[in-house]
Design a protein around this ligand. Sequence first.
Ligand code: F6R
Length: 609
Amino acid sequence: MCGIVGYMGNQDATPVIMNGLKMLEYRGYDSAGICTMDDGTAEIRRSSGKLINLERLIKDKPLSGTIGIGHTRWATHGKASVTNAHPHKSGSVVVVHNGIIENYLALKDELIDRGHAFISETDSEVISHLIDEKYELTGSFEKAVQLALKELHGAYALCILNQKDEKTLIAAKSGSPMVVGIRGDEYFIASDMPAIISNTREMVIMEDGEMAVFREGRVTFFTITGEEIAKASRHVDWSPLKAEKNGYPNFMLKEIHEQPQSIKNVIAGRLLDEKGDVFLEGLNLNDCELNSFEKLCLVACGTSWHAALVGKYLIEEQCRIPVDVEIASEFRYRDPLISGKTLVIPISQSGETADTLAALREARGKNAHIVSICNVVDSSIARESDGVIYTHAGLEIGVASTKAFTTQLVALYLLAIRLGRANGTISQEKGQEMIVELSGLPAHVKKTLELDPQIEEIACEYLTSWDAIYLGRGISYPIALEGALKLKEISYIHADGYPAGEMKHGPIALIDREMPVFILAPNDRHLIKVRSNMEEVITRGGKVIAFCSEGDQETGRRAEFTLKIPWAGEILSAVLFAVALQLLAYNFAILKGKDVDQPRNLAKSVTVE
Ligand code: F6R
């Protein structure tokens, strides 16, 4: 999703900004632009498509200057085009913006009435017009920004230049992330740390309602109402991970195959085999504190929400604690019933998802205790939580979440052991058994990956399908949802996941000879019921592809295809079914010639609501 990089210092700003934008590339964008200032002249280059197009443009028409701002745009208001790409310039003011200005239409009408002419279809362009107008009135760049910000409703992270105050750069934020990196009298501003961490590890994290004014080797922080504030920098000691395909044709396949290792990573150092317990270093809650919560509330979006659903089945059953699962974009606006007795667990790969972050803040406002499950270290969600369980999946570049999802499942499994041990629902012996099963999981994942040739055959057989249904019961139901989402997002085949028992309440009407139905039938307590659901589909002429467990000779007998998945126990087999469904979606997409790493319309880190 949109990325911002700004620079003020003594080097040529263009390479610093372009390198920063490249670090954010994998998050998804559809146009890019840069502005540098030299001798009071702001020069802008913008292009649609990938950064390589912008690089070519800069090569043809080089830029100069030691102060500049850059942007990658993921279209929300206005299509992906050069005109809609940032930076936007109005009068002497140049702006890059992440977020959404919700009252932009009203502001635009007012500005047009006052004689402003708009060039783009974006919400962002109102910001440059407003600041320019206020600057003409006040003659002060800071004052102009403050006055303009007062009129904006919505979310923003901004970097702003002004030809008439050529040695100044202003950054401001509300609702979208922004950090400032400091190296002597050089300043690196970015929407995300990885964009600038190769330049400096001294970071100041800007909070909502703050602005930073960079002028002649100094930075001063203010509230947007103009009061100066002191902000300390912190040293960040993690290293940016390198995005390399290591011989794989794309990142998604690499990340699918990394799962045996990423699962080892999320477990590493956390198992207390003897005690039948786990150590979660960032949890920051003792047994007594853990037992004081009346309920858990897992909140997330997309694939992470599917992980949360698995978490509900797992934790309620093993630990006998009520668990609510909430879609973050709904939770944040519906005055949820939570209190200081609720443990709220936001789950997020990126740690920057706008809705999940807003849900966290909603929960914070209601005094809930917050422990997040995140992959990206030091992300906004991780920083704003009371405790964090990191999933240690490593950098995930493919837009479709794969290793992030399975490590979230394992993190939830670890949390379940901890909760169960703390409240006595999991005995030492049971804890030991769960740990033994978990320790064997990476090897089972490896074996599951070896099923790829059979999975490819299935994808070939049903390649012309326009729709697909995924069915599962119990813990396999959220896995069915996840399988359907994976197929939709990378192959563009419409797919839906249902609890198998719900079919007869409506979806069964969809069954015909064209519809592949992927039935998840692990060898658990639901198997007999799932077989009956399978019969209901077959009886109506549906094409059944059965995903069952190794050793099951029965389930697949009436299916068109059967895939036998290793058995890793009632709970952890879900991870293996998820891996098989990732490979299924992957094969469909590759056979259809789709770009699996950057599917159309999607962004890796969804920083707008
Ligand atoms: C799907 C996918 C998305 C994300 C969702 C939440 O494959 O990746 O559905 O799961 O956008 O993202 P995070 O986990 O970063 O909060």
